[in-house]
Ligand binder design. Structure first.
Ligand code: BTN
Length: 256
């Protein structure tokens, strides 16, 4: 007999379903990847899992998703013109949420790593499975232990438990992230990306040298923020600027 899980890849348990602030939230104990579970859901639905067995990062990398972190995917309505910049808007929502919680020294590493100092606190992965809708996957380390699952993450990751005196309740954090996300995505669809550009360009922190991996070709320069299309601006020694879209940059390494 076919079970529910046979119809919905990634589904391993029945979810608890509840509503908050205009969102319908489906909360699973375990999932393969919440982005995959969200693929066929309507706008303003979110999927959360306590752990993911096949958490996905950018460029098909694995994302460690052990118990104690927030693994969340939100289905968002998006105009074709805004799909490319949506990951940056999602980053703005996550930073706004974390700032309200009292996380200081927060910055973004282009295009959408949320950092404290030189360690990664959160990662974002936007997928599009259906025209007009995007799935924004958000992973935030809270009190999970990523370096126990993958020793190579030691010294590269940080958790809310490391920077706050008391880590937030995951359900409350979920609702707060979704509330900020709804605000900024509604603004993006109504007023366009230009209305958010200054706020997003304030998230990168101090100017620093970077090396881009352009599908195997290294390119160095000074990171100079983003343009109105969300492309990274790289300034060379002569002051000339070149723009790079996120799908052309496999990796960004910070040099300073
Ligand atoms: C990255 O930094 O490479 C992106 C990481 C995105 C992780 C989140 S966790 C919730 C959602 N489900 C996934 O499989 N990935 C995203």
């Amino acid at each position: 007999m076919l079970t529910h899980s046979d119809h919905f890849p990634g589904l391993s348990t029945d979810p608890k379903v509840y509503a908050d602030n205009g969102w319908t939230i489906r909360h699973y104990a375990t999932a393969t990847s919440t982005n995959l579970l969200a693929a066929n859901l309507p706008a303003w639905t979110a999927v959360r899992a306590d752990m993911q067995t096949s958490g996905r990062g950018r460029f098909q990398r694995r994302w460690v998703s052990d118990q104690g972190g927030l693994w969340l995917s939100a289905v968002l309505p998006v105009n074709p013109a805004s799909v490319r910049v949506l990951p940056l808007t999602v980053g703005l929502a996550v930073c706004d949420t974390l700032r309200v919680l009292g996380v200081n020294e927060l910055r973004m590493r282009w295009p959408n790593d949320v950092m404290v100092d030189n360690r990664k606190l959160a990662g974002l992965l936007v997928d599009q499975f259906t025209p007009g809708l995007a799935v924004a996957g958000i992973g935030i380390n809270i009190s999970n232990r990523p370096a126990t699952a993958d020793a190579s993450l030691k010294n590269h990751t940080i958790r809310l438990a490391d920077v706050l005196s008391a880590p937030p309740d995951i359900s409350k954090l979920t609702n707060a992230v979704l509330s900020h996300l709804r605000q900024v995505v509604t603004e993006l669809n109504r007023a366009g990306f230009d209305s958010q550009l200054t706020r997003i360009n304030a998230l990168w922190g101090a100017a620093r040298g970077v090396e881009l991996d352009l599908d195997g070709q290294p390119r160095r320069g000074l990171f100079a923020g983003i343009d109105q299309n969300g492309r990274l601006l790289l300034r060379d020694g002569s002051g000339a600027q070149s723009a790079f879209a996120a799908h052309h940059v496999r990796h960004l390494r910070e040099l300073s």
